[in-house]
Structures are given as structure tokens and as C-alpha cells.
Design a protein around this ligand. Sequence first.
Ligand code: TLP
Length: 338
Amino acid sequence: MRSDTVTKPSEAMRKAMANAEVGDDVFGEDPTMNRLQETVAELLGKESALFVPSGVMSNQLALKTHTTPGDEVIVERDSHIFNYETGAPSLLSGVQINPVPGVRGLMTAKDVEDAIRPDVYYMMPTRLVCVENTHNRGGGSIYPMKLIEEIRDVAVKHGLKYHLDGARLWNASVATGIKVSEYAKHFDSVSVCLSKGLGAPVGSVLTGTREYIGRAKRFRKIFGGGMRQAGILAAAGLYALENNFRRLAEDHEKAKNFARILSESSMFEVNVGHVETNIIIFGIKHRIGIEKFIAEAKSAGVLLSAGSAGKLRAVTHLDVSMENVRKAAETLTKMSAS
Ligand code: TLP
């Protein structure tokens, strides 16, 4: 339960990969890749889509394509872009990040507006606002549509671009019943991952206008992300979209159950009401540090990771059953009591 990135391709997915029709994607000649990109663009209601090896590359391509060096980008302080992308915005795009504090990953439109630089020559121009939905360190929290719209209004008012890190947009959509295209329509660019809850081994997709994706494609080549017979990977993505999207509801149920069991022990700080999708962020009360607890849990057979500051993270996915998850929660409960 360290992450939903740990899933292994099923037999059926591997078969789809093995049977994929392929070509050289740098020449645009991989039919399976073209089909995946068209499928994702259509699902998200965008003109065009570009497959990349990872969520980090997708976000970083988005930043690179929206900005010029010396620009500033507003993100939430706990966002993946700010915390887990190795400082790539400064290195690859020469931009400065302006992190805005949020509550469980959610920024208010007012805080975003307050973070925008005035148009004076001695300050860097704010160019882009990024939102993460669902929010990883926020505990899989979902951005309410109203908030997405309010931040979009601020972005439009100030002439900023608006990017969505939708690594787990699929989870938000399944949990709320709101189509991914309904979310995507508010943004200039949207990144989605196939290798998280959907269970594909590799791959993310950046979407936007044809013109924008055309420019992003040039940067993908520069970043070393131009791949050849990548249809083998695209086939896994297509399989994942067809078979593993709707079932995410099960992962959300498992996560709620996990949180419910933990909440019965006074040792854990967990708010069951905050578990909206497949990520549970929780604290331990009077106990050893997080790293030691993670090591002890591992010895007891439960794999966890660190969440936002001083917290633990557990993630449900297609390779852990409801029974596995129940046992994991019970094991942790017993551990904390001993
Ligand atoms: N997140 C990983 C770790 O990097 C923390 C995880 O285990 O959850 N955006 C979001 C919101 C993400 O959670 C992740 C991966 C990415 C982007 C990057 O995706 P990859 O790992 O494919 O580069």
C-alpha cells in the first residue's frame, strides 16, 4: 500500500501489449500510440494529446511549453510539482515556483490571486497556475468544481495559463460522477497518468490545443522522451482505460474501510470523512517516529510510505483486495497497541 504505482500488469494487459501493432512513433507511425492519444484527447475533450514516459515529464513539459525562463508559476505548497519533481521547474524551464499554502492541498482563489505579482519591471511575471486533482499529499482530496472555476476566473482575469496535474483525475471523476472532460474543459493543459490507479506499467498523457501539443512535442524530444515502437506501452494504456477506470470505485471503498478500522484505535489520527478517493494520510499519536513505524510495519508485512510532514500514507489499488486492506489495517492496529 505504498502507492498505486506498484501495480503489475495483469496477464490480459500483457497479452494486449504483446499483440500491439507498432511503428516508429518519432515518425508518428505507431498506430496503437496514435489510437491511445486520440482516445485520451477525446475523453478529456481536448484537441490533442501526447504520450510521455512519466507524470513528472508530463507536468514539466506543460510548464516548459507555457512559460519562458524568468517567469513564475503558482502551485499549492504540498503539490507534487513543488515537492517531488526534483526542482525540475528551475532546471528545465528556468522558472520560479511560488508555493501557496492550502488545506488538504486545496488553495482558495483569493490566495491564488494574492500570489500574482504586480506588473512592475523588478518582479518576475506570473505566467501559470497549477492545480492537482486529486491531491496526493492532501490525502486524495478532490477539488470542488466551484473552486476550479473560481481559480480559472482569476487566471483568465490576469491572463495566466491554467494547468491541471490530473495524475489521479480518474479517481476524482469516479468519486464525484463528474466526467473527466467536465474537469478538463477549464484548463489550458491537463496531464493524466496511466500508471497510477489504472494499473498500466508506464505512461502519462499531456493534453491541450493542437498548437500547444505541437510545441510540447518538440520539448518532449529535447527532454529525451521521443520513443520508437511505443505502441507496446500504449496498448497497456488503452487496456487500462477500458478495463480499470470504472473499477476505481472499489479502491475508494477499500480506502474508506482501511481508515474506518484505523479510526477505531485511539493510536491513529485519521479522519474517515477526509478519505474521498484511494489515498489515506494518517498520523500516529504517542509513538516512535514515522520512519521507524514504516520499518516496523514493513516487518509486520504492511508496506506504507511517508505522507505530508510527519504523516503516514497508505494507498489502495487494484493489486490489493478488500481482505488484504482489512488485514493491513488490523495489523497496524495491533502493532500500535503492543
Ligand atoms: N506520485 C508518486 C510519488 O512521486 C510521490 C506516488 O507514489 O504517489 N503527479 C502526482 C499527483 C503524483 O502523485 C505523481 C506520482 C506524479 C505526478 C508523477 O508521476 P510519475 O511518478 O509517473 O513521474
